[in-house]
Design a protein around this ligand. Structure first.
Ligand SMILES: [Cu+2]
Length: 142
């Protein structure tokens, strides 16, 4: 669990406590109840956080927050059994993603890529132009 999730849960618990005092908070569903699962791609050439844990059926959104473009590209050979391949640009294989970059599959400044994980397991991925150090993992819990 990453730090932002912990902070968000703390905020929800506090909101619930306050609503309980008023006695009529039943329609006051917290806007953050659906988790965001955000990963920043930074000018430091990192995925932030580098490891994120989600549940099956949830979507992760990667956003290039600086000026340097990145890619989100799954390591095909490390996919859990039966899992769909994913990569920014919508490729269905790692080789296709590598060949097309950077004309396709690049996530420019302020742009995002998102993928919904339908299979449990650990998903290792990387950024094509910064592969030597820019890697991440999505852990999907069933
Ligand atoms: Cu990168």
């Amino acid at each position: 669990m990453d730090r932002r999730t912990v902070l968000r849960m703390g905020g929800l618990a506090l909101t619930g406590t306050l609503a309980g005092c008023g006695g009529s908070g039943s329609d006051d569903t917290p806007a953050g109840a659906e988790t965001d699962n955000l990963v920043d791609m930074t000018d430091d050439l990192n995925f932030e956080p580098a490891e994120i844990t989600v549940s099956v059926g949830e979507t992760v959104t990667w956003t290039t927050t600086g000026s340097v473009p990145h890619s989100v590209t799954a390591y095909e050979e490390q996919l859990p059994d039966g899992a769909a391949y994913f990569a920014s640009g919508g490729f269905d294989s790692e080789s296709a993603a590598r060949e097309a970059y950077p004309s396709e599959g690049s996530v420019a400044s302020e742009e995002s890529y998102e993928h919904t994980f339908e299979t449990a397991g650990e998903f290792a991925y990387f950024c094509i132009p910064h592969e030597s150090g820019m890697k991440g993992t999505v852990i999907v819990e069933g």
